[in-house]
Design a protein around this ligand. Structure first.
Ligand code: XIL
Length: 548
């Protein structure tokens, strides 16, 4: 056992002993320690699985004791799946102790380094079966990039592990009586050609009182408390469309509960940009967008403009445009300038570019804009917007910023560049989440990226899937409560942002039966704060409770 870490642990543990009888104390129980000394594996806690001898390295290190484990890959073979093939896996033994624990309370803690290979993509997998991959077993995976090669202690909440085989799935019924192995390795499909991961002192830690303390399942929110009155220092927004702002059943709830709106589709390029005349002047249709702008104006609501440039909303005439790149760029300039000028003083903020970074990478997403306007197209768009109206607030908006560390890196590089040129005011985290993903800790880390940079923050499209895998046919009480708790976490994180950086928290639609989630993903879902009958759900209560 590493002496220094031992000391650190003593510091963590002693106060919790003092507070052992207080319900607010955070106690932790550490077990399954592997420090790789004394032959590597402590038989009473872990047992080896596969050929560990190959990888054991003995070395002294300022932060470590005698031994740690190192895996290296130098790009010579694309069969570098050390995770699943080299046998660096450990079987967990004291399963009984984990029985009955929820994943919110269990953490994997370990020391990691990247041994001179910055950018190493590290995979950690929990497995519930005997095979290396995928056969009748569940693999929960956590991936991160280790950029600076120094030892650091990571603590990962099991709630942040995603289901490894199957896109977008986050299987979160980890059966602790079955979880048998932890696999640690490198992902050669991503990251640089040379990758190294060194690790030591792997522990499983059970903490008590880590979950949202404040959310109370049975609290009934009085009728007179509304979302906008509960939020004292930021706007609460809702995505709307022209038909619904005209329908009184909807509009009465919009004006009662919210003080900001975003057009769900009506202010996107496809809704406004209807063609090009022979002089390459854009033909506009303002009916949809004006309806939204008028509604905001007539009801004294804040209006967030969404979105000037988005790869999913490109008019056909641009998709099929035969002119030069310079002509294409001039048309985009014409579009942004005209729209932003038209709504000067009426639109408070714009998403200038939406979703420019590709998933799980730091790279720009392939799109017509990238192809036609070049790698600095985002900057060009922000310049057009700034020039058209130097008062309106300009945002970069994206999904996955809440948890995708690669995308975060790419996006904030882009944002930093814009900020250096004073072209951007804020960042929108879309917040299309699942009832069990990501964890509050991950949301907090993500939010801090914008707080640290002094940017305005918009949680811009909040909805929380209750059926991401399509395994239920109705909203079960368990999912309903889990969703409410997740809303509570999201709103708590938002509310903790320094006041001057809070902008708005916007939900992506009013009621469950109108959400884009079901048509988009093909499963029935209940992702919003109101049910099909305009009734406030538990999720509504979670929202308000987080503000009390
Ligand atoms: C969605 C709308 O909700 C749908 O009605 C439409 O068919 C597609 O777009 N990210 C965004 C939003 O920035 O504009 C998207 O809205 C949802 C994902």
């Amino acid at each position: 056992m590493n002496f220094l870490l031992n000391t650190k642990k003593a510091i963590i543990l002693i106060p919790s002993l003092f507070c052992a009888f207080s319900i607010f104390a955070q106690t932790e129980e550490v077990f399954l320690v592997t420090d790789f000394d004394g032959g590597g594996i402590l038989p009473s806690t872990w047992e080896s699985f596969g050929d560990l001898g190959l990888y054991g390295v003995q070395r002294n290190n300022s932060l470590s004791d005698g031994k740690y484990y190192e895996l290296a890959w130098n790009g010579t073979s694309d069969k570098g799946y050390i995770v699943s093939q080299s046998g660096i896996t450990f079987r967990l033994i004291p399963k009984k102790k984990l029985k009955g624990k929820t994943i919110d309370n269990v953490f994997l803690r370990l020391d990691v380094n990247c041994g001179g290979a910055p950018g190493t993509v590290v995979n950690i997998v929990l497995v519930d079966g005997p095979n290396d991959c995928c056969k009748n077993e569940v693999n929960w995976q956590y991936t991160f990039t280790k950029d600076t090669c120094e030892w650091e202690t990571l603590e990962i909440n099991l709630a942040d592990f995603g289901y490894a085989y199957g896109s977008n799935n986050h299987e979160k019924t980890i059966d602790f009586t079955k979880v048998g192995r932890v696999k640690i390795g490198i992902n050669p499909e991503q990251g640089p050609k040379k990758q190294v991961v060194q690790f030591d002192n792997v522990e499983l830690v059970v903490k008590e009182n880590v979950t949202a303390q404040g959310y109370q399942p049975n609290i009934v929110i009085p009728e007179s408390t509304t979302l906008k009155t509960a939020a004292k220092d930021f706007f609460v927004g809702v995505a709307v469309n022209p038909e619904r702002v005209r329908a009184t059943d909807h509009s009465s709830v919009y004006t009662r509960e919210f003080n900001s709106i975003t057009a769900e589709n009506a202010m996107k390029m496809k809704s406004i940009f209807k063609g090009l005349d022979e002089n390459m002047k854009i033909i506009y249709d303002w009916t949809q967008s004006d309806a939204i702008v008028d509604f905001a104006e007539n009801n004294g609501m804040n209006l967030h403009g969404h979105a000037l440039v988005w790869h999913e909303s490109i008019p056909d005439v641009l998709e099929n445009f035969k002119g030069t790149n310079a002509q294409f760029e001039a048309i985009i300039g014409q579009y942004i300038t005209t729209v932003v000028k038209r709504y000067k003083g009426k639109v408070d903020s714009w998403d200038v570019v939406n979703e420019a970074i590709a998933d799980n990478t730091t790279k720009m997403r392939e799109s017509l804009f990238l192809e036609r306007m070049g790698s600095n197209y985002v900057e060009k768009c922000f310049e057009f917007a700034r020039k058209a109206d130097n008062k309106v607030k300009l945002f970069y908006n994206d999904y996955g910023l809440e948890h995708d560390v690669q995308k975060q890196k790419g996006a904030f590089e882009l944002i930093d560049g814009l900020k250096n040129k004073n072209l951007i005011d804020g960042v929108g985290y879309q917040m299309h989440l699942d009832y069990n993903f990501p964890s509050k800790a991950t949301l907090q880390t993500a939010t801090n990226l914008a707080v640290d940079r002094g940017l305005l923050i918009h949680f811009s499209e909040l909805d929380i899937k209750t059926n991401p895998k399509g395994d239920v046919n109705e909203l079960t009480e368990q999912r309903n409560q889990a969703q409410a708790k997740k809303v509570y976490e999201v709103v708590s994180v938002y509310n903790n942002i320094p006041e001057n950086l809070k902008y708005a928290l916007t939900v992506w639609g009013l009621k469950d039966d109108e959400s884009w989630i079901t048509p988009r993903y093909g499963f029935p879902d209940w992702p919003l704060l109101f049910d099909a009958n305009f009734k406030r759900k538990k999720a509504f209560s979670g929202f308000v409770q987080a503000l009390e």
